[in-house]
Design a protein around this ligand. Sequence first.
Ligand SMILES: Cc1ncc(COP(=O)(O)O)c(C=O)c1O
Length: 332
Amino acid sequence: MQSSEVSSTIVAPAPPLHIVTPLLKSRKLSSKMGASVWLKLESVQTSGSFKSRGLGRLCQKSVAEGCTNFVSSSGGNAGLAAVFCAQELGMPITVVVPEPTPPFIVAKLKDEGATVEVVGKAWDDANERAKVIASSPGSVLIHPFDHPEIWTGHSTIVDEIQAQLMGVVPDLLVVAVGGGGLMNGVLEGLHRIGWGEIPVVAMETKGAGSLNACAVSGEWKQLDAITSVAKCLGAKRVSKRSFEWLSQHKILSRVVTDKQALSACVRIADDHRILVPPACGAAMAAVYEDVISEAQKSGELPDRLENIVAIVCGGNGVNLDSIYKWREECEL
Ligand SMILES: Cc1ncc(COP(=O)(O)O)c(C=O)c1O
C-alpha cells in the first residue's frame, strides 16, 4: 500500500462518564485554617460520588474489549455508579448484594435497570457469587475499588485540581479511605504530574479503620468487623496497593469517631449547602475537627500551610432527614 493510501480514519476516544467537578474555595474553612481551603466537589457527579471516574473508566475499557455484561457486588455508591455507567453504555448489569441491604437500595438498583440478586449474610458472600457470575464469557466484575484502571480513572481528580488552581501547588490533600481506591488514584495522579511531595491526609472512622490498622502495625491487616456508621468506608482490608503506598508517600492516616464524621456532615450542609454521608464527613472532619491543626502542632505537618484541598467524595446515603437526625445526635 502506498503511504497516500493509508487509512486516515481517526477514532475519537469515548468521552468519559464523569463530569469535571467544581473546585470551590471555602471562605468559612479558609478563615478557620488561616489557609485557602479548596473543596473538590465530587458530590455533584451524576452517580452521587467520585466512583463514576474510576468505575467509568473500567466499564468503558471493558466494553472496548468486548464485554457484554457487567457484574457488581456493591449495594453502595460503587454499585450505584456501576449501574449508572451500565446505563450510559447501554449494557446489562447484575448487582449481587447481601441480605442486610436495605430494601430501598434493592428497589433503587432495580429501578435503575439492574438485575439484582440477594445472596449471603455479608458483602464477602455476595462478592463470591458476583465472581462466579463474572467468570462466564463476556462478563466483567466491576470491583468497588481494587483495580488499576479504577485508580487511573480516579486520578483525573488531580489533573482537574492542577488545571483549576492555575499554577498554585497545594500543600496538602485530604481524602477519605474505604478500600483505598480513591487514595490510590489521587497518589497516582500526584506522582504522574510531579506533585509527589505533597502529603496526603487519609481519613477513616473508628470501626472502619482498615488503612489505619496497616499504618499502625506495618502489616497488611484485616479488620474482624466493620462497626462504624460510615458503611461505605467499610472494607475490612484495603487494597494491597494502598498498603504499599504507606511506605512510598507521606500519608498521615487518621481516624475520627462516628460523631465527628456526622458533625462534619451537618456543618458542611450548614456552611456550603452540600449534603454528604458520614464517609465523606470523615474527610471533612480533617478540617472541621482540627485533625490537620493537631498534626501541625505535633510537627507532622508544617506550621504554615497555604493551600489545602479536601476531596468532597460525595455519596448517596444522606437526605434532609438524616441531617436533622445527625444534628440532634451531635447536639449541634
Ligand atoms: C462516598 C464514599 N467516599 C469514600 C469512599 C472510599 O473509597 P475507596 O473505597 O475507594 O477508598 C467510598 C467507598 O465506597 C464512598 O462511597
